[in-house]
Design a binder for this molecule. Structure first.
Ligand code: SF4
Ligand code: SF4
Length: 365
């Protein structure tokens, strides 16, 4: 497992966490074995927008003394009173649901309390007007909730909630199909709007936890992929992890076999994770933008092209630490010899050698 540090709080979070929407399908025994395997492999971030009640019992019965080493992302707006997942904005229902979740998880605190699944501005209005937000804030004040997050598929709503300054984490649907607006109902917002959202989160120190990294499985099958080609899970995971602000990707797993396969990401080689083929599908509005993929490597001058571009974009977005990170790079844009290798290799149409001049001028080296 690799870990990333959450800017607000400093927690070290595994870059692959566990989504639990389908875990209940395996039955109690397999669900518990899957949670146990996750712990053994260093998975420490568990999303609990579950499809049914089983994942709560599996975590509650399995995590035990390791509770302080794991982070639970609990959704204030997910209701399990019927035994299955339901969505609600009702504060009293949310209170009952959270009480049940804490009891079943055998814990008395929530690491990440999430405003759950708001996709329309009217939902956010209702969440505040009807008392759900006050309840979440009260638990944060009491120390029962450690961090506040939001889950949403809609950049405009995410921006609105980010404006409050309350968020430490955003759960967002990140995959190439949605980013390029080819993936159906959740492909919300233009490519540029989505990119700006990721950059803003990074600049604010708000982490992103990724849901639907495989576009509900559509991207993994040529017959359903909007690109007409299947991507691998590893390409999708790397794509998500390389978006600005992303802290962890949360694939939904049904059993130990799913989990083992997904964690194989850490043993995958460059060719297995490279998503440069997406360059052919880049929409005009996003063409020419460096996505930090490093498909253009190797640079003969030894520059980390993706990282240099990332720090530059962050600096432009107002991240005060970006210039310092840039200064600590062994090779900077000023070392570019303008050989043009990256220009010819970049699938996303970036005139990188010219951009390197721009970056060197901006940072002064
Ligand atoms: S220049 Fe192109 S290939 Fe290189 S990191 Fe940027 S987007 Fe990727
Ligand atoms: S143009 Fe500059 S950044 Fe690109 S490969 Fe050549 S030396 Fe490296």
């Amino acid at each position: 497992m690799e870990y990333r540090i959450l800017p607000h709080g400093g927690e070290a979070i595994g870059v692959i966490g566990m989504g639990s929407s389908s875990l209940g399908q395996a039955g109690p025994k397999e669900a518990r074995a899957t949670v146990a395997l996750a712990l053994e492999k260093g998975v420490n971030y568990f999303d609990l927008a579950a499809g049914d009640t089983e994942p709560f019992a599996a975590c509650g019965d399995t995590v035990g003394g390791a509770r302080k080493k794991v982070f639970y992302q609990v959704h204030f707006g997910a209701d399990y009173s019927t035994g299955k997942y339901g969505w609600t904005l009702n504060a009293e229902t949310i209170k009952r649901s959270v009480a049940w979740q804490l009891e079943t998880l055998k814990t008395d605190y929530v690491d990440f309390g999430f405003i759950h699944c708001l996709d329309e501005a009217a939902d956010w209005d209702a969440y505040r007007a009807d008392g759900a937000m006050d309840y979440l804030l009260a638990l944060k004040h009491q120390g029962v909730v450690r961090h506040i997050g939001l889950s949403s598929h809609t950049p405009a709503v995410a921006r609105q909630v980010l404006d409050t300054g309350l968020l430490d984490m955003l759960m967002f649907s990140v995959n190439p199909a949605y980013d390029y607006r080819t993936g159906g109902e959740f492909a919300i917002g233009s490519a540029d709007e989505r990119w700006q959202l990721y950059r803003r989160c990074q600049a604010l120190g708000v982490g992103i936890t990724v849901m639907k990294p495989f576009c509900g499985g559509q991207l993994l099958d040529a017959a359903t992929s909007p690109f007409g080609k299947a991507l691998t899970e590893y390409q999708c995971i790397r794509y998500a992890l390389e978006r600005p602000g992303v802290v962890t990707v949360l694939p939904g797993v049904r059993n130990r076999a799913d989990l083992q396969r997904v964690l194989g990401y850490f043993d995958a080689n460059e060719a297995e994770t490279d998503y440069g083929m997406l360059g052919a599908y880049t929409p005009a509005e996003a063409s020419g933008r460096c996505v930090y993929c490093n498909h253009c490597q190797p640079c003969p001058a030894g520059l980390d092209v993706g990282l240099i571009n990332k720090y530059y974009d962050l600096a432009l977005a107002g991240d005060a630490l970006a210039a310092d990170h840039y200064d600590h790079l062994g090779k900077t844009a000023g070392d570019c010899i303008a050989c043009g290798h990256c220009d010819s290799r970049c699938p996303f149409g970036v005139a990188q050698s010219i951009r390197m001049e721009e970056i060197a001028a901006y940072f002064g080296r």
